[in-house]
Design a protein around this ligand. Sequence first.
Ligand SMILES: Cc1ncc(COP(=O)(O)O)c(C=O)c1O
Length: 368
Amino acid sequence: MENRLKPMDAEQLREYGHKMVDFIADYYKTIENFPVLSQVEPGYLRNLLPDSAPNQPDSFQHVLDDIQAKILPGVTHWQSPNYFAYYPSNSSVAGFVGEMLSAGLNIVGFSWITSPAATELEIIVLDWLAKMLKLPEDFLSAGQGGGVIQGTASEAVLVVLLAARDKVLRRVGKDALEKLVVYASDQMHSSLQKACQIAGIHPENCRLLKATSSTNYALSPEFLSETISQDLTIGLIPFFLCATVGTTSSTAVDPLLSLGKIAKSNGMWFHVDAAYAGSACVCPEFRHYIDGVEEADSFNMNAHKWFLTNFDCSALWVKDRSALVQALSTNPEYLKNKKMADSKPAKTWFLMYSRKLAKLVVACQLEK
Ligand SMILES: Cc1ncc(COP(=O)(O)O)c(C=O)c1O
């Protein structure tokens, strides 16, 4: 076999890895030379690439040249200091080197035994982060709750909605699905509506209550209470309330304490979506924005939005992890092993996103 057709070895990784790091470092050094918004027209790439994959390998340098000439023009430069769309750029050197480590170890962490460090590190790091955010102790893994990494905030809201749905259906009976009602302000991110669709909530029972300038676009507790009362009188079952800290359009902050009390008095699951602004609350001067989180059943923030962690990495905490386990766990034969059978459930409910974890850990720890 020709030398160049052999699988890459560790020395080639060293050589190409260094070249790739140089390429990326040069990209960052010159990033402001690019227009932030890609200027290409739809379909531009089809004319620049062959119709089928090449039969022969190419040199690494040639691949880098192609990226420079054909790919970078089609990139919108999220990491540019001149980028101000959507939400803040999320990358950092710490997040980047964490990605390198996780790509190198390439752990497939679907079970504790497939890499014990992945599960255990996830539990520990999410406890760290909960403490940085001064979340109530109920959200720590020592009790009935704990944190788990999701890909995105959209997945987080879906996961807790499913847990809440199954919890209420266990109480009122499976036939009541059509009667379940979800509440949020109309400023809530669209992921809630999508989660309702997936969870089988009747489309008319996803109440997005109008928030106006009179409340700085926050959800009004009075309006919520009135709507819940009306729904109860017609036989519907309010079961899920989602508040936002930092709405996508205007960073409005819902009043967690009073909303949480309404949820509690109606036996509803209360989720706080702090996907966008939650990271800021590790700073003592901003922590007050999540005052009232002690009323919540679940809390989510995106490390990939404002916590120097490369996309994607979303942190979710719940007070009662058994609700998630009951709604989502499976127990196929190939996942069973003696160590897992002996361990407490606390160690087995995590989804173990080790790839996302390494960059989060490094982002939490790296010295400036
Ligand atoms: C407040 C809020 N919630 C949820 C989301 C969805 O986040 P993700 O892209 O991680 O699903 C966003 C994204 O912009 C957001 O701003």
